[in-house]
Design a protein. Structure first.
Length: 302
């Protein structure tokens, strides 16, 4: 790490009330807020860095939206941003273009979908959110993009009656274009029978093709003397060979592994079924899709 100082004026960007810096060097990344027009001094990855200046319209609980961006490459750290010159965001750095978002087959009883946008930085693989959107999303100014950067967008819809029943559809792409999300049939699941080692029934016919599908189940519980314990299981459809259940295994024979939750413990659970073009638990590439149906809840161990 090293010191990066400087001064940025974002006042010319309409709607800007928050400035963030995303600083990357190889696989290292750093994001922090700065004040427009004020000197800053940050501890960031040392070397020859790329600095992305991000202007947001931050509405607090209502979320934030990217309204401007500027990219500076080959910035020496330790050092001073842009050779000591004040960096001024101008009209060319403002977000002007937007692309529409269309949703199809949103199930009845589900709320209006929301799309969360991420921007992934070339080389480092790290990224940051550029806001939550319902009808359209902003396009990065051409001058802020670098070859290898790409977008990720995740559309989420929840059951109004049971908010832990939801669907998440993800896409990644290098060139901004209209977004279309086609929701699968909903998956209703009340959850496993309460047990210290529950069995999850993950039967779902909403993915006609089993290519790239997998199932996952998660449980956690609190032990007062130590904290929260978690178990997370993932299995591909190929591995399951037609089976649709996952049972938490007995792992007490493994040295150091925790005992299952005791009688009376409150257990939180999440179960999901997904179809993923890049594989289980792999980062999304620059051109990928993932569709997930999910349920969750709580029970008490008998």
């Amino acid at each position: 790490m090293g010191a990066l100082s400087g001064n940025i004026d974002g006042s010319a960007i309409p709607g800007m009330n928050t400035l963030n810096l995303a600083v990357t060097n190889g696989s290292e990344g750093f994001v922090s807020g700065v004040t427009s027009g004020a000197n800053f001094n940050l501890n960031v990855p040392a070397g020859n860095d790329r600095v992305l200046i991000l202007a947001y319209n931050n509405l607090g609980l209502q979320g934030s939206s990217l309204v401007g961006a500027k990219s500076l490459t080959n910035q020496s750290v330790p050092g001073v941003l842009d050779g000591g010159n004040q960096v001024v965001l101008g009209p060319a750095d403002a977000v002007i273009a937007r692309q529409p978002i269309t949703y199809a087959n949103v199930p009845g009883g589900y709320g209006e979908p929301v799309t969360i946008g991420d921007y992934i930085i070339a080389a480092s693989g790290g990224g940051f959110s550029f806001g939550n959107y319902t009808t359209d999303f902003p396009v990065f100014p051409a001058g802020a993009a670098v070859s290898g950067d790409y977008y990720q967008a995740f559309a989420m819809a929840k059951s109004s009656a049971k908010p832990t029943q939801m669907m998440i559809l993800g896409k990644s792409f290098t060139s901004a274009a209209p977004l279309f999300f086609n929701f699968p049939p909903p998956w209703s699941y009340a959850g496993p029978q309460p047990a210290a080692r529950p069995t999850f029934d993950l039967a779902y016919s909403g993915f006609p093709s089993k290519t790239g599908t997998y199932m996952a189940a998660y449980t956690d519980w609190t032990v007062s003397t130590t904290g929260i314990y978690e178990i997370y299981m993932v299995a591909s459809s190929n591995y399951l060979k037609g089976a649709t259940t996952l049972t938490v295994p007995d792992l007490t024979g493994l040295a150091g592994f925790v005992a299952p939750p005791s009688s009376g413990s409150n257990v939180n659970w999440v179960a999901l079924i997904a179809q993923d073009s890049v594989g289980i638990a792999m980062p999304m590439s620059s051109s990928a899709t993932i569709t997930t149906v999910e349920n969750g809840g709580t029970y008490t161990v008998p």
